[in-house]
Design a protein around this ligand. Structure first.
Ligand code: ADP
Length: 373
């Protein structure tokens, strides 16, 4: 066992008066439970910081201020951690002061109370139960770490694969196109048809890996709070990129005063581009009418709404469409990769927002997403 693991297995004892700490240490030692005495409350936080399985504390050892400091320290611990405390309370009738103290001690969260005088077996049984609970928490931490690592490896793999595949795929697309143009007349009808399939396949693959790359990039959005930006700039940039589709479909797009949000411009632009691009692509027979607006919700979030009068979506697909590669249409009907909405979801969730759709077939769809202010 390394030094860190050893520290994480110990029970800290804080009972500064009399021989209490010494006796408890002896009891735990006899039960094969590693322990260490903390001489005074001021040192407890530091010792906890180095690692501990549990803390066994005499209630009078913690002042109001100590408890406050401890509560702050506990609140800053990672989600897997719920340090067990065993509190030795004083014997006697409950009064206002002890009731108040008991209340304060509850701020420690995972606390078990043992009334003194307490039998040695009771102390070691409580310590053993606390140790067991702590072992489970360590196991949870280990799983969480493994999951994070495996996830990061997968992200890296997806990123490298999609990044490195781009060049050879583009070569196939470019050279099959050249081959067709320069030497197409040397091939018979079948040969030309095959070459066309090669070219179409390469173009589709290019689109897929391009979208996959954008998806993996969205995973690396830093956990930061960028400076606020006006949402109108990214919207205009998205509309600029969609200019050809807007012209061809004669789409009518309106937007009302949009707020400032704490997002990176590229991310908001991508959201608008994917959602408005879809609103145009999945249009109905009518002229596409798309409106974009935002309103304050609970005072801490903006709710964006992108509404279209397109073909709509059956309710049973409302969640599925946000999945990676999930599409409701064949590629021959509508070109696409099924990655666009997955990218949107990833971006929104990275900023701690939510995205969803409300829709009815034939009546258009409204995509909503929230963004913290
Ligand atoms: P893609 O457009 O490449 O298929 P998306 O992830 O952007 O991938 O969308 C997933 C599916 O959701 C689409 O295939 C389409 O069936 C459906 N969809 C998305 N947006 C709309 C919309 N505005 N109206 C109707 N259907 C939509």
């Amino acid at each position: 066992m390394d030094r860190q693991s050893e520290l994480e297995m110990r029970v800290l004892i804080l009972a500064p008066t009399g021989r209490d700490a010494f006796l408890i240490a002896q009891t735990l030692g006899a039960a094969d439970i590693q322990n260490e005495i903390c001489p005074h409350s001021a040192g407890l936080l530091e010792m906890l910081g180095h690692g501990a399985a549990a803390a066994l504390v005499a209630e009078e050892a913690l002042s109001h201020r100590d408890l406050n400091d401890l509560a702050n320290w506990l609140a800053a611990q990672p989600a897997w951690s719920d340090l067990p405390f065993i509190i030795l309370t004083s014997k006697g009738r409950a009064n206002a002061a002890t009731a108040q103290k008991a209340l304060e001690l509850q701020s420690l969260g995972n606390a078990t109370f043992l009334e003194r005088p307490v039998r040695p077996e009771t102390v070691s049984a409580a310590a053993r139960a606390a140790l067991r609970a702590r072992m489970r928490q360590y196991e949870m931490r280990r799983r969480e770490e493994t999951l994070t690592r495996v996830n990061a490896d997968l992200e890296q793999f997806a990123y490298s694969a999609s990044h490195d595949l781009q060049e050879p795929i583009r070569n196939i697309a470019v050279y099959s196109e050249l081959l067709s143009r320069r030497y197409g007349n040397l091939l018979d009808g079948k040969g030309q048809e095959f070459l066309r399939y090669v070219n179409q396949g390469a173009l589709r693959m290019d689109m897929l890996v391009g979208d996959l790359l954008a998806y993996t990039k969205a995973a690396s959005i830093a956990d930061e709070r960028p400076e606020p930006i006006g949402a109108e700039g990214p919207l205009r940039a998205a509309l600029q990129n969609l200019a050809e589709a807007i012209r061809q479909s004669d789409a009518q797009i309106e937007y009302h005063s949009l707020p400032e949000v704490r997002m990176r411009e590229v991310h908001l632009q991508q959201l608008f581009q994917n959602l408005i691009g879809n609103a145009i692509k999945y249009r109905s027979r009518q002229r596409p009418q798309i409106s974009i607006c935002a309103q304050k919700t609970d005072g801490r979030h903006w709710l964006f709404r992108i509404q279209d009068n397109g073909m709509g979506i059956k309710p049973e697909y409302n969640e599925r469409i946000f999945g990676l590669f999930k599409r409701l249409h064949g590629n021959d009907e509508y070109a696409g990769t099924g990655i666009g909405l997955a990218i949107c979801q990833r971006i929104v969730e990275r900023y701690r927002g939510r995205i969803w759709v409300e829709s009815e077939p034939g009546k258009g769809s409204t995509f909503f997403f929230t963004m913290p202010e």
